[in-house]
Design a protein around this ligand. Structure first.
Ligand code: F6P
Length: 398
């Protein structure tokens, strides 16, 4: 954990700028790494407290002072719950609301300072009509505010709501913040805290985009080490492995694709028949088995019985002497996750058994203790596609 304080990530921006989408994605990314991360969504508090009438655009009219007071009251109640959660064991709380006025942000900043929370504002700015249109339709389709509305009525009411916010919007300038512009087209970092954890959050949020790309994972073709059940090393492919490499390239021919491999000979050889862009990412190298590198599982049991035993007790946390655990591996593979997120084309990852297990568990939430046992045979392609549900933030394995 790089932060020694509790962290509040506070979203800001006009409606339909992707705040909820980015909040969900960030929560997933952090939970995958083992953080206790939770989203506090002010809209959900409003609906629960005031019901569907509060979803109509009139409720957001700044000239209606009674409604404005209600909105502030609900925002504060939601923040109080967030604070209570951080104070009772939470680690990163994401406050998902528009927070478009300087006065609201001043309140949130004071509260964070008073309670000793680290905080950062994340302002989402979009001026690309294509992106805005896409987010509007994601919102109209998924937000509980618009269930029961017809398409045209929902769109018209939402446009009025947006107009109310545009009238009072003051861009973030006064507090520690980052600005995500047009979904990662550029990221402005103005928090000035020199905090690596906030840098990582900025890298992640700046990478996420709205493309409906697909992600494919496969292991390298068969190697001589595989035939002997040996782990690690840098063995070349067997003839059967080379044949798989050829079939793999033929399978993807014609697709707009980028191929990511590890820096190991076996994945680079497996990618060698592709004529698209190929990128070597050392962070995709297989789990470092330290002292056991190059041994077969039978040899490990014979020569280092304590390793086999400790590994079968807790395979996720077990760290090979001089090497890594699955928990460590996630901390390395997360750099590749950011590269995958940033891509706009389909992505094929050619990597290794343990690495691919970690990647699958990013896309499909998996309890840590199950990650080292996810099925990951040679000669298979795992296709991961975005589901059109939950703001488009869920993925499925095909
Ligand atoms: O056997 C191939 C391999 O990729 C090894 O290099 C690696 O140590 C192992 O699989 C990871 O699988 P497990 O964690 O189940 O031993």
């Amino acid at each position: 954990m790089n932060i020694n304080k509790k962290l509040a990530v506070i979203m800001a921006g006009l409606p339909a700028r992707g705040k909820s989408y980015l909040s969900l994605r960030l929560q997933r990314y952090l939970e995958w790494q083992g953080y206790r991360a939770r989203i506090f969504n002010v809209g959900a508090y409003r609906r629960e407290s005031l019901g569907p009438a509060s979803s109509k655009s009139d409720f957001f009219d700044p000239r209606e002072s009674a409604f404005s007071r209600e909105r502030e009251r609900i925002a504060k109640r939601c923040f109080a719950d967030l604070a209570g959660w951080l104070e009772s064991g939470g680690e990163v709380a994401i406050y998902d609301a528009t927070n478009v006025t300087a006065s609201r942000r001043a309140y949130l900043k004071d509260e964070c300072e008073r309670r000793g929370f680290a905080f950062v504002f994340v302002e989402n700015i979009c001026d690309d009509p294509g992106i805005i249109e896409k987010i509007i339709w994601i919102k109209l389709e998924h937000s509980a505010d618009y269930t029961g509305f017809g398409r045209d009525a929902a769109r018209a009411d939402f446009t009025r709501r947006l107009g109310h916010y545009e009238g009072v919007y003051e861009p973030v300038s006064d507090v520690a913040h980052m600005k995500i512009i047009n979904f990662g087209l550029s990221v402005v970092r103005a928090y000035g805290l020199g905090n690596p954890f906030l840098d990582e959050i900025a890298d992640f949020l700046g990478a996420v985009n709205l493309m409906d790309k697909e992600v494919f994972l496969t292991r390298h073709g068969e190697t001589y080490f595989n035939c002997e059940d040996r782990i690690g090393g840098d063995s070349p492919l067997t003839d059967k492995g080379v044949e798989y490499a050829g079939r793999l390239a033929a399978h993807f021919k014609g697709r707009d694709l980028v191929v990511f491999t590890s820096a190991k000979r076996r994945t680079i050889e497996t990618a060698s028949f592709f004529d698209c862009e190929r990128v070597v990412l050392p962070e995709l190298n297989e789990i470092n088995s330290g002292l056991c590198d190059g041994l077969s599982y039978a040899e490990i049991t014979e020569m280092h019985p304590e390793v086999s035993e400790a590994r079968s007790d807790d395979k996720f946390n077990f760290r090979y002497p001089g090497g890594e655990s699955y928990r460590d591996l996630i901390q390395r593979v997360k750099k590749a996750v950011i590269r995958i997120e940033a891509e706009k084309r389909d992505v094929l990852v050619i990597a290794h058994r343990a690495v691919n297990r970690c990647l699958v568990s990013y896309f499909i939430p998996t309890p840590p203790e199950e990650v080292p046992y996810i099925e990951m045979p040679l000669d298979r392609i795992i296709r991961i596609a975005r589901l059109n549900a939950h703001y488009g933030c869920d993925w499925k394995v095909i």
